[in-house]
Design a protein around this ligand. Structure first.
Ligand SMILES: [Fe+2]
Ligand SMILES: [Fe+2]
Length: 258
């Protein structure tokens, strides 16, 4: 049993970018059963940019599931952005999940945008000023929602989809000073609270592709500037294999490793 998952984040679409991903996306159904988008679909979260996303990622012939990123919130048009995406057949997750019937089994995807806060020994705490408490509680509520969504799915293979990172591993390359704004250990704890097979995130453009939660769940940063191709494909079965598919900025080389 193998489920093939294509994933990319941080495509940051606007009118200038439309069409750049499409040639690789038109072939996606040959390589993958589903496409997961890890947020920052747009540059500034406008309804017009969301229509660019709908044009680029709509009608692919496979289910498309996304979370939003911080950029998708910038213009306070989240309801409009979500409606445009959903009208294009894209499932938008925020504290919930979806189960997809794939040829290789039932794939469960639970998603939240997530938030910052930092990582063990270097994190913000729920203490002091109301603003700091609000910051930390935003992360806590997001992580709690992710945990509940993951644990609520009845499926064969479980994947967590976030924009912010659940681990520091995949931030390597980013300045240490901004780690607390790139992710939170609480997301990692949420992922470890369920039998998660794979955790995908974006947001850290200068980060690293591979990491692991404290509980041993494999984490992949699929931000487009990191994977440097239209999407990566993960084969989830008894093992995790990753197939590099040529695409935007790709080398044209296909390779598989475990
Ligand atoms: Fe981004
Ligand atoms: Fe981001």
């Amino acid at each position: 049993m193998v489920i093939r998952i294509a994933a990319v984040g941080d495509v940051h679409l606007d009118e200038d970018v439309v069409g750049r991903f499409r040639p690789a996306l038109d072939e996606l159904h040959e390589h993958a059963d589903v496409l997961l988008l890890a947020g920052d679909l747009t540059r500034h979260g406008t309804e017009a940019e969301a229509r660019c996303v709908a044009t680029e990622f709509g009608g692919l012939g496979v289910p498309v599931v996304t979370v939003l990123g911080n950029h998708d919130h910038q213009c306070d048009q989240v309801p409009q952005v979500v409606k445009v995406l959903e009208d294009a057949g894209i499932t938008v997750l925020e504290g919930d999940g979806v189960v997809l019937d794939c040829a290789g089994g039932r794939l469960g995807v639970a998603g939240v945008k997530g938030f910052g806060g930092g990582f063990a020994g270097r994190c913000a705490s729920d203490f002091g000023e109301p603003e700091m408490k609000a910051f930390v509680r935003t992360t806590t509520q997001s992580a709690d929602a992710l945990s509940a969504a993951l644990r609520g799915l009845d499926c064969d293979v479980l994947v967590a989809l976030t924009h912010y990172s659940p681990v520091p591993d995949t931030l390597a390359g980013e300045p240490l000073e901004i780690y607390p704004f790139l992710g939170s250990y609480q997301l990692g704890q949420a992922i470890d609270s369920a039998p998660t097979a794979l955790a995908l995130h974006g947001h850290a453009h200068a980060g690293t592709e591979r990491g692991t939660t404290p509980g041993g769940v494999r984490v992949r940063n699929v931000a487009h500037p990191v994977i440097k191709q239209a999407y990566s494909v993960f084969h989830l079965g008894d093992h995790l294999d990753q197939t590099q598919v040529s695409g935007v900025g790709g080398s044209g080389i296909q390779q598989t490793w475990s």
